[in-house]
Write a protein that binds this ligand. Structure first.
Ligand code: PGA
Length: 233
C-alpha cells in the first residue's frame, strides 16, 4: 500500500472564531474537493473544532487539535481532554509544538501522547531535537504497538522565519530519528514530516527529501491559494 503524504495546516492562533468560520465557508468546498485526492489535515483553534467537524463530517478532510490535556478528566481548569476530542470526531492532535514546550516538559508530552492513543487519536509529535524529544514516541510504541504516530521535525529557527535548511540537513536529522526509533522498537508505523516556513516556492525542493511523508504548514496554510499551490505541486 502507498504511504499517505500529509498536508497539515497548523492555524495556530492566526484566526479569530469568526475569521475561521468565514475562511471555512469561503474555501471549505474547494478544500473538501482537494481532500478527495490528498491527505489534508486542518488544525484550527479548539473553539472552532466542533463546528468544523460537523461541517465536514461527510468530507475526506481530516481534523486535528493543536494540543490536549495530559489527564483523562478532573480538576484541570482550562484543559481539553483527548476523550472530548474523540467525541467530536477529531482524529489527530499536535503535541509538543515548540510554541507550547515552555508549558510542557517531556513527561507531560508523553502523557498527552498516551491519552491520545487511548482514544484512537493519532498524535502529531513535534520535535526539534530528536535525541531529547523522541522518548514519548518510544514509550507510546511500547504501550500501543499497533498504533501510528506522525513525527513532525521542525527546526526551531525555521519556524515562521523563511529560513529553511538544506535538504541534506533535514535528511540527516531524519536518519537520526529513524535510527533512534529503530534502535528502541522495531516494525512500528510512523510518518516523518517536515515543518518550518514551507511555502509554494520551496515545496518543490523540499518534496525531494528522502523518506518524507508530508508537511506541517503554519503561516502559508492560512492563505487558501498558497495552501492549494503547495498541495497541488
Ligand atoms: P510556519 O509554521 O510554516 O509558519 O513556519 C510551522 C509550524 O510552526 O508548525
Amino acid at each position: 500500500m502507498n504511504r499517505p503524504f500529509f498536508y497539515i495546516a497548523n492555524w495556530k492562533m492566526y484566526f479569530t472564531y469568526n475569521e475561521t468560520i468565514s475562511w471555512i465557508s469561503t474555501h471549505g468546498e474547494e478544500l473538501s474537493f482537494l481532500a478527495k485526492s490528498h491527505h489534508i489535515i486542518i488544525c484550527p483553534s479548539f473553539i472552532t473544532l466542533d463546528h468544523i467537524a460537523k461541517e465536514f463530517n461527510q468530507s475526506h478532510l481530516l481534523l486535528s487539535a493543536q494540543n490536549c490535556s495530559a489527564y483523562k478528566k478532573g480538576a484541570h481548569t482550562g484543559q481539553i481532554s483527548a476523550a472530548s476530542l474523540a467525541e467530536i470526531g477529531c482524529n489527530y492532535c499536535i503535541i509538543g509544538h515548540s510554541e507550547q514546550r515552555n508549558c510542557d516538559n517531556n513527561d507531560i508530552i508523553e502523557q498527552k501522547v498516551l491519552r491520545l492513543l487511548e482514544y484512537n487519536i493519532t498524535p502529531i509529535l513535534c520535535i526539534s531535537n530528536p535525541q531529547e524529544e523522541l522518548t514519548p514516541a518510544i514509550t507510546a510504541f511500547h504501550k500501543f504497538p499497533e498504533k501510528e504516530i506522525i513525527i513532525a521535525y521542525e527546526p526551531l529557527n525555521a519556524i515562521g522565519s523563511g529560513n529553511v535548511p538544506e535538504n541534506r540537513f533535514i535528511e540527516k536529522t531524519f536518519s537520526t530519528i529513524v535510527n533512534f526509533i529503530e534502535h528502541h522498537v522495531s516494525d512500528k508505523t510512523y510518518y516523518m514530516i517536515y515543518g518550518g516556513s514551507v511555502d509554494s516556492e520551496n515545496v518543490k525542493r523540499l518534496k525531494l527529501i528522502n523518506r518524507l511523508d508530508g508537511f506541517l504548514i503554519g503561516g502559508a496554510s492560512t492563505h487558501f491559494d498558497e495552501f492549494k499551490r503547495i498541495i497541488e505541486f
